[in-house]
Design a protein around this ligand. Structure first.
Ligand SMILES: NC(=O)c1ccc[n+]([C@@H]2O[C@H](COP(=O)([O-])OP(=O)(O)OC[C@H]3O[C@@H](n4cnc5c(N)ncnc54)[C@H](OP(=O)(O)O)[C@@H]3O)[C@@H](O)[C@H]2O)c1
Length: 299
């Protein structure tokens, strides 16, 4: 049987990688984004899923502007897209018996220990508005999936999974890594914080894992999928610039040097205790640099 994957938010950083992975695994892949679907509108979601009849749906659509979510207008959009949209998509998948993977974030935790938050840990109050709206979306999906037993959902059919990830990077869209590289190339120096620790995750590795989860029919529930190991933003930026061969100075700084509306945890680490581990974040950086090198040389 041919598998058919519908990727919602297919023009975003992760959405593009999911479509590419699906096609590489000989799935039929269909992508939709703003203009073709609105996940806050049940009729729009129903129309797309009824038309496509996908065997699986990955929802990468989100309002991802962390600073914007702190403003009244941004918060209102984030409440709908991140808080309500995921439940609407989950309902439609349940009706059409499509497997469903929804993406969430480490920001639903209010910071973690260095050893990291596990899938079964119950989040306390998220640290910022974006995290609060993503947590609302998690709760909506959990309710459609019949509630939790530990870190698994009650729902058996169709497969419904909630995948938390963090610090996504890739070559296809703007992200922390591309901004650091652009600034380093333009100015020869870049200041990066040493007191923010997290788990960098290359979208290609995450997308491969999501397709694997669908093919393996992983049990419905919550999963943490991140690069193995953790580091500071400073170490991350330094590794990327070295890997790309950009001769720039990385200057250490701290979070309090960058006043911002959204509160950011000093340590936000996700621990994967349920799935095969992905490769280390350093190997992912190497993979990313190779991808960028191939694109630049036209291969
Ligand atoms: N990026 C990270 O570091 C990170 C970390 C942890 C978790 N995540 C999660 O991973 C997922 C993918 O993130 P990403 O970085 O790939 O996001 P992204 O690049 O911002 O892509 C999200 C896509 O969703 C679209 N979208 C927004 N509102 C929509 C709506 N109402 N209906 C349909 N599509 C809509 C966006 O369109 P517009 O651009 O036109 O708004 C965009 O194309 C999200 O759930 C995010 O919360 C991301």
């Amino acid at each position: 049987m041919t598998h058919k994957l519908l990727v919602i938010g297919s023009r975003g950083l992760l959405g593009q990688a999911c479509l590419a992975s699906a096609i590489a695994h000989e799935w039929e892949g269909v992508g939709v984004d703003v203009g073709e679907i609105d996940i806050t509108d049940a009729a729009s979601v129903e129309a797309v899923i009824a038309r496509e009849q996908p065997s699986a749906v990955i929802n990468c659509a989100a309002y991802t502007d962390v600073e914007g979510a702190e403003t009244p207008d941004g918060r209102a959009i984030a409440d709908r897209v991140n808080g309500e949209g995921p439940g609407i998509v989950a309902h439609a998948c349940l009706r059409h018996k499509s497997a469903f993977i929804h993406l969430s974030t480490d920001y639903i935790f209010n910071g973690t220990s260095e050893s990291g938050a596990e899938e079964a840990d119950v989040p306390s109050e998220p640290m910022n508005a974006y995290g609060a709206t993503k947590r609302a979306g998690e709760i909506a999906v959990t309710n459609v999936a019949g509630g939790l037993i530990g870190s698994h959902f009650q729902c058996v059919e169709p497969q419904i999974c909630l995948v938390r990830t963090s610090w996504l990077f890739g070559a296809s869209a703007k992200n922390f890594v591309s901004k650091v590289a652009d600034r380093a190339r333009a100015e020869g120096t870049v200041s990066v914080v040493t007191d923010e620790i997290g788990c960098p995750t290359y979208v290609r590795d995450l997308a491969e894992c999501l397709i694997w989860m669908l093919e393996a029919e992983s049990r419905s529930g919550i999963y943490h999928v991140v690069g193995l190991g953790s580091c500071s933003r400073f170490e991350f930026a330094d590794a990327v610039l070295k890997g790309l061969g950009i001769p720039a100075t990385v200057t250490p700084t701290t979070l309090d040097a960058f006043p911002r509306k959204a509160k950011i945890a000093h340590v936000s680490v996700l621990k994967n205790t349920k799935l095969p581990k992905l490769r280390t974040w350093q190997e992912m950086v190497q993979g990313y640099c190779e991808e960028v090198g191939r694109e630049r040389s036209g291969f």
